[in-house]
Every structure is written in structure tokens, then in C-alpha cells.
Design a protein around this ligand. Structure first.
Ligand code: PGA
Length: 251
């Protein structure tokens, strides 16, 4: 059984003080035991959140460098993330791909580096609106998934989390229908089975992301292939994010 993982990607939001307050509130509000809850604060707040020692909230960074150390002004290395208590790192978010020109090759290099140091990558894949309209969704996503796993052993692959995030659904209020998201995620799992085998494919957790909120999480999580969510805007508020995480708790 795959344990669902719901991660809150705060993007470029929250000072240290705000991050501490949000996490303290969130930790109190989490009732669900069967979901792994992760927050992804900006680099500057990682250390402070880690120092809170909250047992029910895991820590992720939003990006990392594709080298271990060296003359890379402004970059943050996997060793620093490990040092600061990160269990996960988001890689290849569409904003990184689009605004910072990150390529599949770079994202794969980062993923291999993260796994080398036992940080689990959450690798984002997803199509643009134009690609969806041109019926290219599966081709695009399959090629991103193949590139992401390039050179990664089966032993490491099971520690990768994939986030399927249709780009047109990010921050727009539009969500893929649960059935559509499930279908693309099933294709991703099939691709992983082709690269490795069914056992690995069954172990890898695949999230949906794109305008997830407390009002649509239940429907998404009811789909058999969807193993959690990568939540942007709705994760900034502790009450709303807790409501997402607690989607299955009887009221
Ligand atoms: P959103 O962002 O939930 O605000 O659409 C999702 C993401 O970018 O991961």
C-alpha cells in the first residue's frame, strides 16, 4: 500500500516568523494519521521550521543545485539541504522549467544527486494548455518521466515521488477532472513499469497538483492512482491546508 503524501509548496512566500506560525498551527490541526504531510518553505525558513521538531510535518526544499559544491553563486546544494533536515526536494517544478529554463537533463542530474544523499525528489511533470489541446499530454508527460528516471536504479526509484501538474491548472483555479488526472497518472505508472517493473511502479507515489483545495481533494483522492497532492496557493493558510490533509477524517 502506498501511503498518500500531501505537500504544500509555499513558493516565494513567508518570512521565518510566518513560516513558524503556519507550521505550529498546522501541526495542531493535523488529525489524519494515514497521510504523510510535507511543507516546502523557502530556503531561508527551512532551518527554523526544522528546529520546531514537529513530528507530523516533514520538510522539503523547493529546488537545489545540480552540483554538490563549488563556484555557483546563489545556489543551494544537496549537502546543505541534508544538513538542514530536508527529507524531500521538489525538482523540475513547471515554474523552474519555464522561468529558469531548467531542462529534463538538469532535473535528472539533480534527482540522482538528491538520491545519492538520501533526499527524496518530488519530480514535477505536466503539459501546457497548448499541448493538451493538441492531444500531446501523454507524449509530453511520458517523455518527461523517462528523462526523470534516466540512470536511476530500481532501488532508488521507489523513493522518487512524481507530481503530475498540468501547467494550465497551476494557480488558475482550474483543475483537471479527477478522472483525467487519474488517467494521466495511470499512464505515468505504466511508463515506470516499462522502465523498471510492476513492483517498482506500484511503489512509486504519484501526486496530482494544480489548484488543489479542500473542496476538491476528496474527489481527487478517491481515484485509485492518485497518491496525494502537491498544493500551492491553498497550502499557505494552515486551516485550509489542514482541511486538505484531513480530507478523510469524519466530521
Ligand atoms: P496551485 O500550485 O495549487 O496554487 O495551483 C500548485 C503548484 O504549483 O505546485
Amino acid at each position: 500500500m502506498r501511503k498518500p503524501i500531501i505537500a504544500g509548496n509555499w513558493k516565494m512566500h513567508k518570512t521565518i516568523g510566518e513560516a513558524i506560525e503556519t507550521c505550529r498551527n498546522l501541526a495542531e490541526l493535523i488529525e489524519e494519521q494515514n497521510v504523510e504531510v510535507v511543507v516546502c518553505p523557502p530556503f531561508t525558513a527551512l532551518s527554523a521550521v526544522n528546529a520546531l521538531g514537529l513530528a507530523n510535518i516533514g520538510l522539503a526544499a523547493q529546488n537545489m543545485a545540480d552540483a554538490e559544491s563549488g563556484a555557483y553563486t546563489g545556489e543551494v546544494s544537496v549537502l546543505m539541504l541534508r544538513d538542514i533536515g530536508c527529507k524531500y526536494v521538489i525538482l523540475g517544478h513547471s515554474e523552474r522549467r519555464e522561468l529558469f529554463n531548467e531542462t529534463d537533463e538538469q532535473i535528472n542530474k539533480k534527482a540522482r544527486l538528491a538520491l545519492k544523499y538520501r533526499i527524496n525528489p518530488i519530480i514535477c511533470v505536466g503539459e501546457t494548455l497548448a499541448q493538451r489541446k493538441a492531444n500531446e499530454t501523454e507524449t509530453v508527460v511520458v517523455s518527461q518521466v523517462k528523462a526523470a528516471f534516466d540512470g536511476i536504479t530500481a532501488t532508488d526509484a521507489v523513493n522518487v515521488v512524481i507530481a503530475y501538474e498540468p501547467i494550465w491548472a497551476i494557480g488558475t483555479g482550474e483543475t483537471a477532472s479527477a478522472a483525467d488526472a487519474n488517467q494521466v497518472i495511470a499512464t505515468i505508472r505504466k511508463t515506470i513499469a516499462e522502465i523498471y517493473d510492476q513492483e517498482v511502479a506500484n511503489a512509486v507515489r504519484i501526486q496530482y497538483g494544480g489548484s488543489v483545495k479542500s473542496s476538491n481533494i476528496k474527489e481527487l483522492m478517491a481515484e485509485p492512482e492518485i497518491d496525494g497532492a502537491l498544493v500551492g496557493g491553498a497550502s499557505l493558510d494552515a486551516n485550509e491546508f489542514a482541511a486538505i490533509v484531513n480530507y478523510n477524517v469524519a466530521k
